[in-house]
Design a protein around this ligand. Structure first.
Ligand code: HXC
Length: 510
């Protein structure tokens, strides 16, 4: 018996060494942690339960029959994050470069199936060289099985991808179908085809970092939702993210203890909006003052900064904040901002996360670049997302809500539940200058008359009261009481139920 137990211990110890001492050293020399070190940080101490420790590939081509490593390049299993169940697969670059064989894929698929069945998020950590080249179509088939689970799990359980090394070829499409992708600066990159293929096909000379580093994907392509300086910081932040999310689409997000009384007013908000309507102010200040303890997990912080998206809590329960940012492009809606916010809104709606929307938007961005780039359809995505969302929706207009952007930004007409406006709100088809130049064109050469008309327009329309008189705004509120109003509103909407017309699924403008 002792011998059998010793044999298990020996085999387990061998598996835990992955590709061996030298490759582990190489991993560290690149500033990267090993798969097991990553697990240790991501999960609560001692909570990891490993599956398939002894799985090996079954390939015999290219001398592979003599080259087998238990685990086959991916560590899989489940554990807890602050006591809550998560399933995970973590690629082990020290074993065949983390490349995906049929057996490796089966390990991932097992985890995905269990997560769907048992109702818990899946976290995938990527650091790999793509399809196991020696396995040919078996590797491609393995990817296909993983992709299919990603699609089936979408909207059922949260799926998070963390890129902590190379991620190329087949490896990129699984993350692309998950809810969030996070990267590590300088050590991770993602692309469909690498620099060598790019050079052969297009003659472009580009480094991996320039082609698909964290900077590219968080600022240009918007593939990644955030990036961190190193593995440790990234994994700690993933724990923070998990704390905001429910286990499945049938569960409510967790409620954590909250220490900031919602009844306390914040007088500083009364002066957040400057007297001059063209002067910017930082909308993040409002979010931080409304969220419990100013704790805000921003999504896509460095892309389309004219709109802010992210998670916070009110009275301990998760909410999704969407807010125009007057500091960037005056908070205008353009294609990128619309896409970014639409995807975030849809995530929140999938997972029962109420939406809190702050509006200060001068309209949609004019110009050929935007129109040629499909602004109509991109803007429609956000309109569609807000309208189809059945989670509690509370909107507060702080200043401008002009034109189509007024409708889009979770207005009453887009089925928002509670619509507030600050006294500084201006709700109209457009700003005074543009409006007067159109409707009083005959007076355009008479500055006195134009000034008079402008004043008339400002007095009539640039306030919240016309909308409030019609019930499009439920109440004009004091800025200082915004957190209390929203908290009470969310409490009142806790049992919200909405019947949707029967459909297989919608056809959102993609
Ligand atoms: C088998 C692989 C491998 C792969 C790496 N290795 N990628 N083995 N299949 N795809 C092995 C290497 O042979 C090496 O083994 C070890 O992993 C470490 O790799 P290195 O090249 O030494 O490391 P590094 O210099 O850091 O380069 C990492 C890398 C490079 C950039 C990822 O390995 C690379 O370019 N790999 C190939 C990437 C690729 O083209 N993959 C196929 C994509 S096509 P030894 O024993 O020497 O240490 C694809 C199609 C799927 O995925 C499509 C589905 C839709």
């Amino acid at each position: 018996m002792q011998d059998i137990i010793r044999e298990l211990e020996r085999r387990r110890a061998a598996a835990q060494m992955g590709g061996g001492e030298k490759r582990i050293e190489a991993q560290h020399a690149r500033g990267k942690l090993t798969a097991r070190e990553r697990l240790d940080i991501l999960l609560d101490e001692g909570s990891f339960e490993e599956f398939d420790t002894f799985v090996e590939h079954r390939s015999t081509d290219f001398g592979m029959e003599g080259n087998r490593v238990p685990g086959d390049g991916v560590v899989t299993g489940w554990g807890t994050v602050n006591g809550r169940l998560v399933y995970l697969f973590v690629k082990d670059f020290t074993v065949f470069g983390g490349s995906l064989s049929a057996a490796h894929a089966q390990k991932i698929v097992k985890i995905q199936d269990m997560a769907i069945r048992n109702g818990a998020p899946v976290i995938g950590v990527f650091d790999a060289g793509g399809a196991r080249i020696q396995e040919g179509v078996d590797a491609l088939a393995g990817y296909g099985e993983v992709f299919a689970r990603n699609v089936l799990a979408s909207g059922v359980i949260p799926q998070i991808s963390v890129i902590m090394g190379p991620c190329a070829g087949g490896d990129v499409y699984s993350p692309a179908m998950t809810d969030f992708i996070f990267m590590v600066r300088d050590t991770s990159y993602m692309f469909v085809t690498g620099p060598d293929v790019v050079k052969t096909v297009t003659n472009e000379v580009v480094s991996p970092e320039e082609l698909g580093g964290a900077k590219v994907h968080t600022t240009k392509s918007s593939i990644a939702d955030g990036a961190y300086d190193n593995d440790v910081e990234c994994l700690v932040q993933m724990r923070r993210l998990i704390d905001f999310l429910p286990a499945t689409n049938r569960d409510q997000p967790p409620v954590w203890p909250s220490f900031q009384d919602v009844e306390r007013e914040d007088i500083s908000l009364d002066t957040l909006v400057p007297a001059n309507p063209n002067k910017p102010y930082d909308m993040k200040e409002l979010i931080l003052k409304v969220a419990d303890e100013g704790d805000f997990f921003e999504i896509q912080e460095n892309f389309a900064k004219n709109i802010i998206t992210g998670f916070g809590r009110i009275e301990g329960a998760t909410v999704g904040f969407v807010a125009n940012q007057p500091m960037v492009l005056a908070g205008v809606l353009d294609s990128d901002a619309s896409r970014k916010a639409a995807r975030f809104v849809r995530f929140c709606d999938c997972f029962n996360i109420p939406l809190v929307t702050f509006v200060d938007v001068p309209g949609f961005l004019p110009g050929t670049a935007q129109e040629y780039g499909g602004l109509i359809k991109h803007g429609a995505k956000l309109l569609f997302a807000f309208t189809e969302a059945t989670v509690p929706k509370i909107t507060c207009i702080t200043r401008k809500a002009f034109g189509g952007a007024y409708d889009v930004m979770a207005s009453k007409h887009m089925r928002a539940d509670i619509n507030y406006a600050w006294p500084t709100a201006q709700i109209a088809v457009m700003g005074a200058k543009g409006a007067v130049e159109i409707i009083f064109r005959a007076d355009i050469n008479d500055p006195e008359k134009i000034a008079e008309r402008t004043k008339e327009y400002e007095d009539r329309f640039l306030n919240p009261f016309v909308a409030a008189q019609r019930g499009y705004i439920d109440e004009v509120i004091m800025p200082r009481g915004t957190r209390r109003r929203i908290a009470r509103g969310l409490r009142s909407l806790r049992n919200k139920r909405v019947e949707m017309p029967w459909k297989k699924h919608d056809n959102i403008p993609l």
